[in-house]
Write a new protein. Structure first.
Length: 146
């Protein structure tokens, strides 16, 4: 059994599909309020919002139900371009995404992939931008959750 798990991890690493680290924070607000606050902060910081997806509303459109869940797709071309100039494949990870959802306990959670985990999957030599993005996401999600 251990050999097959090791083989799977090795195969994922070789294919560049190493799992990204998912970071989460609880919010003191509802999903709607948290996402409204997060989107507002992102725009105030001069970033581009590409899309806001309401997963629960989309589920309703096909007569299905799910807990509140919204995804914001946003970014700053300045940072993303620096990364894609190093390894174009990282473009599959960009722009950034933050998910706000209601968990099984009814608590609001903010979730996002740790940008620093991109170093493991792509050929990125200059990772200063990743460190800046990781710190920025921590601050932005913290501000939206309070």
């Amino acid at each position: 059994m251990m050999r097959s798990i090791t083989t799977l991890v090795f195969a994922l690493s070789i294919s560049g599909l190493a799992q990204a680290e998912l970071l989460t924070k609880e919010s003191a607000h509802s999903v709607q309020e948290t996402m409204d606050k997060f989107e507002s902060i992102v725009k105030e910081k001069g970033m581009t919002v590409f899309a806001r997806v309401d997963h629960a509303k989309n589920a309703e459109s096909v007569e299905m139900e799910m807990p509140d869940s919204q995804l914001l797709i946003f970014g700053n071309p300045k940072g993303g371009t620096v990364l894609m100039q190093q390894d174009m494949r990282v473009g599959v990870e960009l722009p950034l995404k933050v998910l706000v959802y209601s968990n099984a306990d009814g608590k609001t959670v903010i979730a996002w992939e740790n940008p620093l985990s991109l170093k493991e999957s792509y050929k990125l030599e200059n990772t200063a931008v990743l460190e800046k993005v990781a710190g920025g996401l921590d601050k932005l999600t913290g501000a939206a959750s309070k």
